[in-house]
Design a protein around this ligand. Structure first.
Ligand SMILES: [Zn+2]
Length: 242
């Protein structure tokens, strides 16, 4: 029996195969599924108005845009980003009730536009203004909505693997620092992935120096368990059991 993979898992598999048009389509499918309630929370975009899980959808739209750009399809990258931006604006203006999540919509608008190679167009500045009203920014970054945006930046930074501290700093003003980091790095990282022609798989759980797996492409024995599959941590190819 073939395994049932989620759209996100299939997208990761397509990344490992270097099939970026397919990965872009699967990430867009994952984004639309998340809005429809096919996510961990099982909630649609209109449920959980104070604590939404749909940040994952916006992150998937952004990944989809990067994949289409790697395939050389700028127009498709733009269309996917515009779809995500339209949804983010609707949720921000008519649905979400929390100031942090409303501002996170602005942040994601910046992320999706930057991922598609478009100017963030003031979106990060709007997010910064909203976040300035928040008192305990560091703990707010634990919301699923914001976590999705942290994971997106980490993913696009691979293989450098920016972590929470790289994005938020270790002092106060975590959300201010987050926006400054996004402004400085998001578009540059997306452009770098496009220039390299490669988006690594996201980092899942990792094992180093295994004696059970070796990558047929680069020889590494470090494994990235992600998307229901085992990839080389270094080059994101399918690793092989020895
Ligand atoms: Zn490898």
């Amino acid at each position: 029996m073939p395994e049932q993979r989620s759209a996100t898992e299939t997208a990761v598999l397509r990344l490992s195969e270097g099939r970026y048009t397919d990965a872009g389509e699967m990430y867009a499918t994952a984004a639309r599924g998340c809005l429809y309630g096919e996510s961990v929370s099982r909630k649609t975009a209109y449920e959980s108005r104070g604590r939404s899980g749909v940040g994952r959808a916006f992150a998937q739209f952004a990944r989809s845009s990067v994949c289409h750009r790697i395939s050389g399809d700028e127009d498709r990258a733009t269309l996917v980003a515009r779809e995500g931006v339209a949804v983010a604006k609707e949720l921000r203006d008519h649905v979400l009730t929390d100031v942090v999540e409303g501002s996170a919509c602005d942040e994601f608008i910046g992320d999706m536009r930057a991922s598609a190679g478009l100017s963030p167009d003031g979106a990060y500045d709007s997010a910064d203004e909203g976040y300035a009203e928040v008192s305990d920014g560091a703990s707010e970054t634990g919301r699923p909505f914001l976590q999705a945006g942290t994971e997106l930046l980490s993913h696009l930074s691979r293989p450098d693997d920016m972590g929470w501290d790289d994005i938020h700093g270790s002092g106060g003003d975590a959300l201010g620092r987050r926006i400054r980091t996004k402004k400085a790095r998001m578009a540059a990282l997306a452009d770098e992935r496009v220039r390299e022609g490669k988006l690594h798989a996201p980092r899942g759980s990792t094992e180093y120096n295994t004696d059970r797996y070796v990558c047929p492409d680069c020889g590494s024995t470090d494994v990235n368990h992600v998307g229901g599959t085992k990839l080389c941590l270094r080059c994101s190819s399918q690793t092989e059991e020895v």
